[in-house]
Design a protein around this ligand. Structure first.
Ligand code: HEM
Length: 474
């Protein structure tokens, strides 16, 4: 009797084990068998901590260096609590970006979603993403054709540089952040730097940013919890501004600006509209100010690039009347400036990688990527790959001579991502930086105060905020 029970149990267990092997482990093993080489590291955390180990943003970092030399440019790992394929290969990165929503999908970690909100463009996928993106593209083209847009940027530049008149030393990152914020807040919400709401939103934004990059613990008092609250405050300030506009009847005056188009878009819910404003503010200032800081630092280390840049802007200024504003024609003449910006993007790697997941089993060349796995295309690895960019670690703006700066299809240069999620603000960021450099090189010379280094945490930040000593050009 007892023996019979044991046999039943044994047969049952054998069935269970075989069932598990055939239904669960075997498919997984088959998938793993052809997945790229690599290791999963520790249980749960995997290799996340080594992957996130800070390193200078113009280098690969020890994790990628070590793994690429051991396993090749595409390898498997376990990151952010998920089995992951890391790609440092330009072809695979391009394939991933181009196949958004077909084979792969944008997939940022839950804590990032918690701070950005469920309607953020970086979080939504499929039709919702397409709807928001179409609006983003039409807003960018409206902004570009608004004659006040470029003049507003220049006025903000002049105001910033004037405020340095009596300073010999500045913390450049702080200045750049304020400047880029004032530009985007004017563009999106029509606020000037003197509006009390501007300072309030900026303060909340700085709290918001700290939370975005903090340990995601929703415990009162933590940076993360403060960020979630700051986001709610920003959303409510934005709501007040919008309500004031509607209350003042300004919408019927047809200003044709960013906010008017946004408010009249009947394809979006109120929540999506507020989230959209937040995305634009967030996307529009942190990355742009960081890139400005990188360009300024790299230029400080290359006297030849600095001299050529200055000559370009002196020539442009010579053709203009006293105090005359720059226009799109002038921007097109800033060819060397474009090279400097591209090279700062390549060497500085403002965005090191993006988050995706495979939504189907994918086969690409010899690599197999199982459905559900995280996929990280690492842009910095391609930008610093010596087989694609000669003397890759050197800041050399001349390498971009003849490069189609407006091309979105370069596989070896993807600072703004690619495919259906290509950054809609790329041109706005570049014109803003080009105009800033125009006035900066004509009015000031600068030298770094001590050593500072942009570090990838992996979000990029200058450790000391890039202190600069300024010299006025008489
Ligand atoms: C140096 C400046 C900038 C850099 C390096 C940059 C980089 C990027 C990258 C790499 C992506 C793709 C993210 C992904 O595929 O997951 C992206 C998306 C985005 N960027 Fe930018 N960006 C910059 C400036 C801006 C500006 C000025 C704006 C707004 C005015 C902006 C708004 C956005 C938005 C809304 C998205 C989401 C697009 C989508 O998911 O379809 N960015 N950006």
């Amino acid at each position: 009797m007892v023996g019979g029970v044991y046999s039943v149990i044994i047969v049952g267990l054998t069935g269970l084990v075989l069932g598990l092997i055939f239904n669960h482990f075997l498919p997984l093993l088959l998938k793993l068998g052809v997945a790229p080489k690599g290791t999963f590291g520790w249980p749960l955390l995997g290799e996340t901590l080594s992957f996130l180990k800070p390193h200078s943003s113009n280098s690969l970092g020890s994790f990628l260096q070590d793994h690429c030399s051991r396993y090749g440019k595409v390898f498997k790992s376990h990151l952010f609590f998920s089995p992951t394929i890391v790609s440092c290969d330009q072809e695979l990165n391009y394939f991933i970006l181009q196949n958004e929503d077909k084979l792969f999908q944008c997939s940022y970690p839950k804590p990032v979603q918690g701070v950005l909100g469920g309607s953020s463009m970086l979080v939504v996928v499929g039709d919702t993403h397409r709807r928001l993106r179409n609006l983003a593209l039409s807003l960018v083209s409206t902004t570009k054709s608004n004659p006040n847009y470029l003049n507003d940027i220049e006025r903000t530049i002049t105001r910033t540089l004037d405020s340095w008149q009596d300073n010999q030393q500045i913390i450049f990152c702080e200045e750049a952040r304020k400047f880029a914020f004032h530009v985007i807040v004017k563009q999106v919400l029509g606020l000037t730097p003197d509006d009390p709401q501007t300072a309030k939103i900026l303060e909340d934004f700085l709290t918001f940013m700290k939370g975005l990059i903090s340990i995601p613990l929703y415990i009162p008092g933590t940076a993360y919890a403060r960020a979630v609250k700051a986001r709610t405050r920003i959303a409510s300030t934005v709501k007040t501004i919008v309500d004031e506009r509607i209350g003042n009847g300004e919408l019927s005056n047809k200003k044709g600006d960013f906010l008017e188009i946004l408010l009249s878009a009947n394809t979006l819910s109120d929540n999506e509209k507020r989230s959209f404003v937040l995305d634009s503010l967030l996307g529009g200032y942190e990355t742009t100010s960081l890139l400005m800081a990188m360009a300024v630092q790299f230029l400080g280390q290359s006297s030849a690039a600095m001299a050529q840049l200055k000559t370009e802007h002196e020539n442009i200024r010579r053709d203009k009347g006293e105090g005359e504003y720059l226009n799109w024609e002038d921007y097109k003449k800033m060819e060397f400036t474009q090279n400097v910006i591209n090279e700062a993007l390549r060497c500085g790697n403002v965005v090191k990688f993006v988050h995706r997941k495979a939504i189907k089993d994918v086969r690409f060349k010899e690599y197999s990527i199982p459905s559900g796995w995280k996929v990280l295309p690492v842009f910095s690895a391609v930008h610093l790959d010596p087989s694609l960019h000669g003397n890759a670690l050197q800041f050399h703006p001349w390498r971009w001579e003849g490069f189609q700066t407006h091309s979105q299809t370069s596989k070896k240069f993807t600072p703004f991502g690619g495919g259906p999620r290509f950054c809609p603000g790329s041109e706005l960021a570049k014109v803003e930086i080009a105009f800033f450099l125009h006035h900066l090189v004509l009015r000031y010379r600068w030298r770094p105060e001590g050593v500072d280094q942009a570090m990838a945490y992996p979000y990029v930040e200058f450790q000391r905020g890039l202190p600069l000593r300024l010299y006025k050009i008489s």
